[in-house]
Design a protein around this ligand. Structure first.
Ligand code: GLA
Length: 384
């Protein structure tokens, strides 16, 4: 269905048929927040909110990008893009130019393509819409240039673009899950040892995402500030990264931290990693109430120790938690704005959604609610 609709959009825009279809998921993270760039543990899931694209390669270096969501068309010449022109660009166009520059310089891709996008991943809401957009552009470039697509390597390319061109000191979690996810599974990943393991989700687990519809323009700088604080904290206590600390070791080193803020950042890390480990046990036993309690603890820690929540995120957590069907809730992703996730018993999904929507309506607020399913990583197919 989505494929057909996008083929029609592509035809309308470019007067030709697309050759390939791409589907890139958004993601939630069950637990393990702000741990990835600290060598810690994460447990993300790819979700069925997706960025879809149809494309066809060119025989020259022109790239034409059409976004159906923004009803906007942009044209680029790969040959004209250099580092300076990427640096001078902002926002949406910067993502595209960064990818084109990366494709040209690092992946030896000179040929362009026409591409039409349609997405239902809310933008800038903490569901990894930007990693999805970068991945889609990279994959389109690789397809157009007949290059191999390596799922294991692509996450690192996406992260490099986020870090070096978009100026975000992000970790590997988002690109990793949208590349490697397995349907109905979470991906357990140790960002230090790079050990990974697929965790089958209990059949009874229901997942809800609440988009508070808030955006913060300073998210990038606040995120980078947390990153810098964690690096400094690790240095002050002489460890490679904060995930090397155990709780007793952390407490023993308390006086070595220059400020209480840095100690609190480290305390979040140590306890969040422990919560990820405990979550694995609870999920394996199908104990979703105990898992729910862990994510609620995670929220308190992100709010009080790591200080990346916001009034609106706290309010959304409090609102959904008031429902008897809710087993736990927390802010998700980088924080400061965006989405909250909540868990419940799968057969109570509708009840939880209904009650929460009613509570928000009574407050005159209109966040968006989604019941989400765990899907596989990005997919592409030939349409010919
Ligand atoms: C953003 C980053 C991720 C991760 C999360 C917080 O989504 O892109 O790398 O750090 O924030 O867990």
């Amino acid at each position: 269905m989505e494929k057909l609709a996008l083929e029609a959009i592509f035809f309308r825009e470019f007067y030709k048929k697309p050759s390939h279809f791409l589907s890139v998921p958004g993601r939630i993270n069950l637990i393990g927040e702000h741990t990835d760039y600290n060598g810690g543990l994460v447990l993300p899931v790819a979700i069925d909110l997706t960025l879809n694209a149809a494309l066809k390669s060119h025989t020259d270096d022109t790239v034409i990008v059409y976004s159906d969501d923004m009803q906007e068309r942009k044209e680029f010449k790969i040959g004209n893009i250099d580092r300076a022109s990427v640096a001078q660009t902002v926002a949406y166009e910067k993502y595209i130019k960064s990818c084109l520059f990366y494709l040209k310089e690092k992946l030896n891709c000179q040929l362009g393509y026409s591409i039409a996008f349609k997405s239902n991943i809310p933008m800038g809401a903490g569901l990894s819409s930007s990693a999805a957009f970068i991945l889609a552009n990279l994959t389109a470039g690789l397809i157009a240039n007949n290059k191999a697509i390596n799922r294991e390597l692509l996450p690192f390319f996406v992260q490099e673009i986020e870090n070096d061109f978009m100026g975000l000191s992000s970790g590997i979690m988002d690109p990793l899950i949208i590349c490697l996810a397995k349907k109905n599974h979470a991906l357990y990943y140790d960002c230090d040892s790079r050990l990974k393991n697929y965790i089958e989700l209990p059949k009874e687990l229901g997942l809800i995402v609440i988009d508070t519809l808030t955006k913060r323009s300073l998210t990038h700088s606040a995120y980078n500030q947390r990153h810098a604080e964690c690096m400094r904290a690790a240095e002050e206590v002489g460890v490679k990264n904060l995930s090397q600390l155990t709780y007793p070791k952390l407490v023993g080193l308390k006086n070595n931290f220059s400020t209480e803020v840095l100690y609190n950042r480290a305390l979040h890390l140590v306890q969040e990693n422990a919560r990820v480990r405990q979550s694995l046990k609870e999920l394996a036993n199908g104990n979703i109430a105990a898992f729910g309690a862990l994510i609620t603890e995670s929220h308190a820690s992100l709010r009080d120790l790591f200080e990346v929540s916001s009034v609106e995120l706290n309010h959304a957590v409090a609102t959904v938690m008031r429902s008897k069907y809710c087993l736990g809730a927390r802010m998700m992703g980088a924080g400061f704005a965006g989405c909250v996730m909540a868990v419940c018993n799968r057969n109570q999904l509708e009840n939880l959604q209904h009650e929460t929507q009613k509570a928000f309506n009574a407050q005159g607020k209109a966040p968006k609610l989604y019941a989400v399913e765990a899907r596989s990583g990005f997919e592409f197919s030939n349409l010919r």
